[in-house]
Design a protein around this ligand. Structure first.
Ligand code: PHE
Ligand code: CO
Length: 302
């Protein structure tokens, strides 16, 4: 964890301990020694809670504004147009948005809602909310000393990174389908493979546009350093989107990614993931895993 990144390193799908998925019990994490950061006592059985907006301090709002302004300043030429066009729906950055008002705005556009959660939630609760077109956003904001790097998703990552693309109809439908697919994968024991799809698309996805490669993944878009790294650094490999390839590919949670997958369009993302994944899960289990930095002869390299 030596490397400093401007966003979260924890995969909400991969790290939540399935054993504690009983009502709104506190969530524990893969690493084991870190207590959950949010207030799980106030969460409902579906893990949603009140945002408690009035509890934010002036310092919290100020930190949100500084995070927002640092990212907004570098979006041009690096973030996809759909993201840039929608980020203004978050409202003025002077204060942490009120989820209720933002939720109404998203709902009018794509029938998605924004709901508050205490922090990371068990994967089944997460999948259930997505399948209902309800996007869970962490209520708390990082500490000032976590300006460049925070271990768990906070309100800045969740709002700034994820909410703008919920305004895009094709992406919005993909997110719902992902939630429903997650509930199915839970029953099939394939969550780890499906989580890689989330990681390499929703969190770290790139899109090919007429103007060049652009970022659409929330983990990139909320990161001060990875935005440039992912789009323009010569270091990482950028490969054509391929669901089977992605499901086989391990990922790093403690450094910038060494591989990014590039979609042609949000429509492609939705359509390529629409078929029944059951046979795919079986094939992927047979084929085995690939390292995060591996290259295959069949890869389409950008
Ligand atoms: N088609 C997938 C399935 O049958 C569901 C899914 C859609 C999963 C979109 C992820 C993303 O399981
Ligand atoms: Co995220």
């Amino acid at each position: 964890m030596a490397e400093v990144r401007g966003e979260v390193k924890t995969d909400p799908n991969a790290v939540v301990d399935r054993a504690v998925n009983l009502g709104a019990a506190p969530v524990t994490y893969g690493q084991g020694d870190r207590p959950p950061r949010g207030d799980y006592a106030s969460a409902r059985a579906d893990y949603t809670c009140d945002q408690n907006w009035s509890a934010y301090t002036d310092a919290d709002h100020d930190l949100y504004r500084r995070l927002y302004e640092r990212q907004a300043a570098q979006l041009s030429g690096l973030a996809c147009d759909e993201f840039i066009a929608a980020v203004e729906h978050l409202g003025p950055p002077a204060q942490i948005p009120r989820f209720d008002a933002l939720s109404d705005t998203v709902y009018r556009a794509t029938r998605w809602e924004v709901v508050a959660v205490p922090g990371l939630i068990p994967e089944e609760a997460f999948f259930a909310l997505l399948s209902q077109r309800r996007f869970p956003v962490t209520g708390w904001i990082r500490k000032p000393e976590e300006f460049d790097y925070v271990v768990e998703p906070d309100v800045f990552h969740d709002l700034f990174g994820h909410v703008p693309l919920l305004f895009n109809p094709a992406f919005a439908d993909y997110m719902q389908a992902y939630g429903a697919g997650g509930l199915k994968a839970s029953l099939l024991g394939s969550c780890e493979h499906l989580a890689r799809l989330y990681w390499y698309t929703v969190e770290f996805g790139l899109i090919d546009t007429k103007a060049g490669l652009r970022a659409y993944g929330a983990g990139i878009l909320s990161s001060a350093g990875e935005l440039r790294h992912s789009v323009i650094s010569p270091a990482p490999q950028r490969l054509g989107f391929d669901v089977e390839r992605i499901m086989r590919t391990r990922y790093r949670i403690d450094s910038y990614q060494s591989t990014y997958f590039v979609i042609d369009s949000f429509r492609q993302l939705f359509e390529a993931t629409a078929p029944d994944f059951r046979p795919l899960y079986e094939r992927v289990a047979q084929l085995g895993e690939l390292g995060a930095e591996q290259r295959l002869p069949t890869d389409r390299v950008f």
